[in-house]
Design a protein around this ligand. Structure first.
Ligand code: KDG
Length: 357
């Protein structure tokens, strides 16, 4: 299966070359871990349709394919997973609703799109809460995070595993940004910035002086192309694999929020599966999530450097500049921490501290 993916990547690269752009399509990526474990007995056949927002070259797509390979191999082909990329089946919010009604089996949203189901997940949307990837992974693997996944019980959604969307960075088409004043625009208008449909994200960009506009991810490229919004914020890998650099000249390494992904299955689909298959799906989700986190880490800085190579003007903030962003979003903490739960935030901060020891 490794070969199939490599071929796909080579094919994409080769196509690009014929168009005259000699840019690499992906960093040196780790091979997926070897699939281990016995074949599970025959409990019927399932073809699972999974919709995701991101492109075929994204860590999310590649690891979702791996998820499918695990299931296929360990059921002798009785469980198949078809992954539909590029928001072609809808955006995160719509696809979650499709899971609830049973018209779609799986999706893989940002946690930020799921806070309407489990409010505590909004903790992840608090700015500058998770200072390093190691800390973020420790939180995602903690009992606190498992409790959040379990809390989906009864919503029609089965939350299988956390993985990494990653540190979100600002991009825009108007000007270089090195301070909240650049976002707000002292002599010119504030940047209009697309956000996910999440109130904490709206509050962050309001606090920074932007005009935030919530919008579905699938509409974002053309909204930026047509100048409906000046910018957006997403991890470097998403900015690159979604070709946002074609319509965004400026990037700023703000790392303002670390967003997890959550792999989701429709509870209706889950209930139709034999317990043996359910256990396998859960195991495969965890394995592919681990692989996704690894790929995402491999993509992150590489994507930033690729964007720079492709002509994006990237601003990296020094400590003082970063502190100005952190100070400007302090009111978001004051407003949202009590609503999300001070105790929960304290627990997360404790895990963060322990992870750095
Ligand atoms: O598949 C996930 C994407 O749909 C989405 O979560 C990407 O972070 C994202 C965004 O900004 O909407």
């Amino acid at each position: 299966m490794t070969t199939i993916w490599r071929n796909t990547l080579t094919f994409v690269g080769a196509t690009t070359l014929t168009l005259g752009m000699a840019h690499a399509q992906s960093p040196e990526l780790s091979d997926p871990p070897e699939i281990q474990g016995e074949v599970v007995g025959d409990h019927g056949s399932h073809t699972l349709r999974m919709g995701i927002g991101l492109a075929e070259s994204s860590p999310q797509f590649l690891s979702s394919k791996y998820f499918g390979e695990i299931l296929e191999q360990r059921t002798d082909g009785r469980i198949k997973v078809n992954v539909f990329p590029n928001s072609q089946l809808g955006d995160d919010v719509q696809m979650l609703e499709m899971l609830q009604t049973g018209t779609l089996d799986m999706t893989y949203p940002s946690s930020s799109a799921t806070t309407g189901y489990v409010e505590e997940l909004a903790a992840f949307d608090l700015p500058f809460l998770l200072p390093s990837r190691e800390a973020a992974v420790a939180v995602m693997q903690s009992d606190v995070a498992q409790g959040m996944l379990d809390a989906f019980e009864g919503t029609g959604l089965k939350a299988l595993a956390f993985s990494e969307n990653g540190y979100r960075q600002l991009s825009n088409s108007a000007r270089p940004v090195a301070s909240p004043d650049d976002v707000a625009g002292l002599d010119v208008r504030g940047l209009s910035v697309r956000t996910m449909e999440n109130p904490v994200h709206l509050a962050i960009w309001e606090a920074l002086g932007a005009n935030p506009t919530p919008m579905a991810f699938g509409e974002l490229f053309s909204a930026m192309e047509q100048g409906v919004v000046d910018g957006q914020e997403n991890p470097w890998s998403t900015i690159l694999t979604s070709n946002f650099n074609e319509v965004q000249d400026y990037g700023t390494e703000t790392r303002h929020v670390y967003t997890p992904f959550i792999m989701m299955l429709s509870e209706r689909t889950w209930d139709r599966m034999a317990p043996e298959y359910q256990a396998l799906v859960q195991e495969a989700a965890r394995q592919s999530a681990e692989y996704e986190i690894q790929l995402s880490a491999e993509y992150d800085d590489w994507s930033r450097d690729q964007l720079a190579e492709r002509g994006m003007d990237i601003t990296r903030l020094d400590e003082e500049q970063l502190a100005a962003f952190q100070d400007a979003v302090q009111p978001v903490y004051e407003e949202w921490a009590p609503r999300i739960g001070e105790d929960l935030i304290a627990e997360i901060q404790k895990i963060v501290e322990e992870s750095s020891n």
